[in-house]
Design a binder for this molecule. Structure first.
Ligand SMILES: NC(=O)c1ccc[n+]([C@@H]2O[C@H](COP(=O)([O-])OP(=O)(O)OC[C@H]3O[C@@H](n4cnc5c(N)ncnc54)[C@H](O)[C@@H]3O)[C@@H](O)[C@H]2O)c1
Length: 246
């Protein structure tokens, strides 16, 4: 069988890079999609994935038409788009009473709108080929809510609603759709927080530390594997026990 082709949005980011590395090492051909015009981050990414079957594509995931062109281009150049990891995300933290319309809309467009934009274009090909794996990167804060994150918590919770609905629509077609909900991880986003706030967060995590990007990548790799076809519509928490439910 030829290599499965995986697209990872937000591929230049902390979790995105780890996911690209893990999938490439597991035998996928990986296309990392991220915003254009970030030469330093792109150079660091290219150094990290050097020697692996990983390429970069410029994409704004909040642009529906651009997502359509991206999917068509990947399919034309690589023959298929088998695995879609919707990982691109942003925060614009502020309490609701101070939140403006742009802070709301940007977070909803990039985190949640992007999932529609890419799945809408990618799912037909997956159904036609009888194989597909979609993973949406949500967050523990979509499950619990978080102070200052009505926009982010709503978008991240919405992602899993989307996951469950689409999972039902394509379940008979060899296509699975799942969510991974990371807890706090050692990425630039979290490491930028003031030390005291970070220490307070770690204090609340039963495992007693932040997650490593590789630990999120491992969960994604599990869900996109060939033999993961019976796992669909699931929300896999990878949060060190910070939030538990059944
Ligand atoms: N790091 C954590 O602790 C944590 C916890 C829970 C959930 N998450 C989620 O995991 C995902 C990755 O997080 P991260 O920590 O790697 O963040 P990050 O900021 O390092 O990476 C996010 C990437 O998304 C890209 N991006 C932003 N807007 C985009 C757009 N419009 N089009 C294309 N790409 C865009 C950014 O350029 C960046 O490379 C996000 O969805 C985030 O919400 C992260």
């Amino acid at each position: 069988m030829s290599k499965r082709v995986a697209a990872v949005t937000g591929g230049l980011g902390g979790l995105g890079t780890a996911i690209c590395l893990h999938l490439a090492r597991a035998g996928h051909r990986v296309v990392a999609a991220d915003l254009d015009g970030q030469p330093e981050r792109l150079a660091a990414f290219e150094a990290a994935v050097h020697g692996l079957d990983v390429e970069f594509a410029a994409l704004d995931v909040s642009d529906f038409a651009a997502c359509g062109r991206f999917v068509a281009d990947v399919q034309a150049r690589h023959g298929a788009l088998d695995v879609l990891v919707n990982n691109a995300g942003i925060t614009r933290d502020v309490t609701l009473r101070k939140m403006d319309r742009v802070q709301w809309q940007d977070v909803v467009d990039v985190n949640l709108g992007s999932v529609f934009n890419l799945c809408r274009h990618a799912v037909d090909g997956m159904v036609e080929r009888g194989f597909g794996r979609i993973v949406n990167l949500s967050s523990v804060n979509g499950q619990t809510g978080q102070f200052g994150q009505t926009n982010y918590s709503a978008a991240k919770a919405g992602m899993h609603g989307f996951t469950m609905a689409l999972a039902r629509e394509v379940a008979r077609k060899g296509v699975t759709v799942n969510t991974v909900s990371p807890g706090y991880c050692e990425t630039a986003l979290v490491m930028r927080m003031p030390e005291a706030i970070r220490a307070d967060i770690v204090d609340k995590v039963p495992v007693g530390r932040l997650g490593r990007p590789e630990e999120i990548a491992r969960a994604v790799a599990f869900l996109v594997a060939e033999d993961a076809g019976f796992v669909t519509g699931a929300n896999l928490p990878v949060n060190g026990g910070l939030f538990m439910s059944f």
